[in-house]
Design a protein. Structure first.
Length: 307
């Protein structure tokens, strides 16, 4: 098949290369000309504008969009529409809010186009391992693009599927990322507890390697933890700051709207928020309040007790 790929960052470029290796033709576009050049060097074709990309594709066009969520997706779609034909398929493979995907699906359907929202997981490892894809949209369009999904997935019959109408793909991916927050937090807390038991002189790399095989807590995340600890056992030079992509927040909000108890994921999200606050005013207020009612010592910024 022939596919347009817009947005050639780490994931977009790797997806383009995986498709090219599988025998598909990819026409890539990115605002960074160097990124387009890399796609060409790896066997794909390049375009220097969105209209040029559309011209290189024959109806029925299929164009995969890998740009930041929000306005960039809408702007890309609007720029493409004058150059498309009825029946062409637009695919959003980024981390869009599922409500935006529902809206885009309805708007494009009314204009005669198809829209698929594809929650895509795999990160920088997807080129080698394949991508997990949760697809929302019209079933006929999914079937039309089946060879593309089979090539991107870990195996033709594994790691991908049509999960429902427009918005369903990004909804399932949103929950997927919420679960990821909880799993990562549980691993982090467990390893921290082992590390603190100094009398046993624990080797965290050894523990991670033991758990990777046969244990009920083995996972790809654990594989990555073992790899990271093996490279830097004491995590030297790593700031205690954990970003959140936004999908954890959306997951927590959806749980509130639906009245679903979700304490682990919600607490994992809140724990990330704590890493964003270098000032930690609330914690300092706790310390000084304890001093006020009980005369307990507080630590100054220099680390020495006072009071």
């Amino acid at each position: 098949m022939v596919l347009g790929m817009i947005g050639l960052g780490k994931m977009g470029a790797n997806m383009a290369e995986r498709l090219t290796r599988a025998g598909h033709q990819v026409v890539g576009y990115d605002r960074d000309a160097a990124a387009v050049k890399k796609v060409i060097e790896r066997g794909g074709l390049g375009a220097d504008s969105l209209p040029a990309l559309a011209r290189q594709l024959q109806p029925r066009r299929a164009i995969w969009i890998m740009v930041p969520a929000g306005d960039p997706v809408d702007q890309t779609i609007q720029a493409l529409l004058p150059h498309l034909a009825k029946g062409d398929i637009l695919i959003d493979g980024g981390n869009s809010n599922y409500k935006d995907s529902q809206r885009r699906g309805a708007e494009l359907k009314a204009q005669g186009f198809e829209f698929l929202d594809v929650g895509t997981s795999g990160g920088i490892w997807g080129l080698r391992e394949g991508y997990s894809m949760m697809i929302g949209g019209d079933g006929e369009a999914v079937s039309w693009l089946r060879p593309i999904f089979e090539a991107l997935a870990p195996a033709a019959d594994k790691g991908w599927g049509h999960v429902g109408p427009s918005g369903a793909g990004h909804f399932v991916k949103m929950v997927h990322n919420g679960i990821e927050y909880g799993l990562m937090q549980a691993y982090a807390e467990g390893f921290e507890l082992i590390r603190r038991k100094e009398e046993f002189q624990p080797d965290l790399v050894q523990v991670a390697e033991i758990w990777r095989y046969g244990s009920v807590v083995r996972s790809w995340l654990l594989d990555l933890i073992a790899d990271a600890l093996g490279k830097n056992p004491n995590l030297e030079g790593i700031a205690p700051y954990v970003a959140d992509s936004g999908e954890g927040r959306w997951t927590a909000k959806e749980a509130i709207d639906l009245g679903v108890a979700m304490p682990v994921i919600s607490l994992a999200l809140e724990r990330r928020f704590l890493t964003h606050d270098a000032e930690r005013f609330a914690d300092r207020l706790l310390a000084v309040t304890r001093q006020e009612f009980g005369g307990h010592a507080v630590k100054t910024e220099a680390g020495r007790a006072r009071g």
